[in-house]
Ligand binder design. Structure first.
Ligand code: GAL
Length: 388
């Protein structure tokens, strides 16, 4: 048996929910697929195009099958899958472990094997599996395990994206369920507080991510600028600056989260594209060993509080990806002592640093490096270990 690479690395793609919620259709999805190719997203590694909630009719058919809404998807899901596959891309859909999806469409509860077969027949490559309307007396862990088996046995290689919002101690059992990625948080909103709170909530969880089961901190809001059709996600809560989106992308990339674009890429600005298509950041996120990033608190800790820190991720070739994050207000100097990464002066080493946002070498440093980082901004470097 050859080992599948599906889900081995964090998924890269686009999902309809953040911007469009219920307002989806096949024209939109095809346009996104076209732009993936023409605007360089595919070349940068983005692969999955995922339709979220609200794609089906409110009722199953007489055989109990899910039915795509013919007004939104007149050509049907198989034709849409073919269109996406012809471009060398992959197609994702959405269902729910409960009786209904969060928006009230039919869920897969007690239809798991039937639905997995249906998804395979349509040619889908990715299933996001939500948690609304789960019957209270049923153990949720069991429902993810059930769908995990159904997908593994449906005859098609399908990435299983669990979405139970970090509930029920999901860290402890999700890898066993067969899920390739799992949502560890509630829903993201297109504002700075949400980005900051989601990232901070996962900082002590770096051991719960890795190849074939990635901690998913939720879809990106990069480039949305308040452009959601949903009040909660963004139209009323405001949007962020490009600097804040850059920091958001850097946190997600370093922390090994799947990078699922959530903005309307038909309207993406140059600044948005520079963030989403940053090859140095994507390479850190897609490092083959998928080691978690650990936090180092700058000294003195009483001065920095919890919202300024470094994240360090050991990469497969021996380099270290290091992010300096200032999630607080005002400029901060963030001194990194190499000792705190296991590199004392006596080791005879120095670090040659490359700036992954400015795309330039910063020079070689011994013992410490102390950049000043503006409010809500970050510096991400790739550090090569060299002889002093
Ligand atoms: C939520 C989920 C969101 C989105 C939404 C659809 O539970 O966290 O990402 O899928 O449901 O209704």
């Amino acid at each position: 048996m050859t080992i599948s690479k599906t889900g081995m690395l964090p998924a890269l793609g686009w999902n309809s929910w953040n911007t469009f919620t219920w307002d989806i259709n096949e024209t939109l999805i095809k346009e996104v697929a076209d732009l993936f190719v023409s605007e360089g997203y595919q070349e940068a590694g983005y692969e999955y195009i995922v339709i979220d909630d609200c794609w089906s009719l409110r009722e199953r058919d007489e055989n109990g099958n899910l039915v795509a809404d013919p007004k939104k998807f007149p050509s049907g899901m198989k034709a849409l899958a073919d269109y996406i596959h012809e471009k060398g891309l992959k197609f994702g859909m959405y269902s729910c472990a409960g009786t209904h999806t969060c928006a009230g469409y039919p869920g897969s509860f007690e239809h798991e094997f039937q639905d997995a077969a249906q998804f395979a027949a349509w040619g889908i490559d990715f299933l996001k599996y939500d948690y609304c309307f789960k019957p209270r007396q049923i153990n949720g862990e069991l429902l993810y395990k059930r769908m995990g088996i159904a997908l593994k046995n449906c005859g098609r290689d399908i990435l299983f994206s669990a979405c139970n919002w970090g509930e029920d101690n999901v860290y402890q059992w999700i890898r066993e369920s067969g899920a390739h990625m799992y949502r560890s948080t509630g829903d993201i909103q297109d504002n700075w507080d949400s980005i900051k709170n989601l990232a901070l909530s996962q900082l002590e969880k770096e051991c719960y991510t890795g190849n074939y089961c990635h901690n998913d901190i939720d879809m990106l809001v990069v480039g949305m600028h308040g452009g959601s059709n949903n009040d909660f996600i963004g139209s009323k809560v405001g949007g962020c600056t490009d600097t804040e989106y850059k920091t958001h992308f850097s946190l997600w990339a370093l922390m090994g989260s799947p990078l699922m674009i959530g903005c309307d890429i038909r309207k993406a600005s140059k600044e948005t594209k520079d963030i989403l298509l940053n090859k140095d950041l994507i390479a850190i996120n897609q490092d083959p060993e998928c080691r978690g990033a650990y936090r180092i608190k700058p000294e003195p800790q009483w001065f920095h509080g919890y919202d300024a820190f470094m994240l360090v991720k050991l990469l497969a070739n021996g380099d270290l990806a290091i992010g300096f994050f200032n999630l607080g207000e005002g400029n901060r100097e963030l001194p990194l002592l190499f000792w705190d990464m296991g590199l004392p002066y006596a080791s005879g080493t120095a670090l040659s640093l490359y700036d992954c946002w400015e795309h330039k070498e910063l020079g070689t440093f011994t013992e410490r490096f102390a950049p000043t980082v503006a409010a809500h901004d970050c510096l991400v470097v790739r550090a090569k270990v060299v002889k002093r």
